[in-house]
Design a protein around this ligand. Sequence first.
Ligand SMILES: [Zn+2]
Length: 58
Amino acid sequence: MTKRFGCTDVGVNCNWTTTADSEEDIMIKIKEHANNVHGFKEIPQDLADKVKSAIKEQ
Ligand SMILES: [Zn+2]
């Protein structure tokens, strides 16, 4: 099962998407992207919850 996430899934105007095999892996990639591109040193808990609920399986 592949996990898929894109910034637009949480209402961010950014065309970045990513996939990973597990929720842990995709959260790592999302944190890196949020840090490098969106300037988040850490993802706040409410945003992390939003991100997790927006992750789709395919
Ligand atoms: Zn983004």
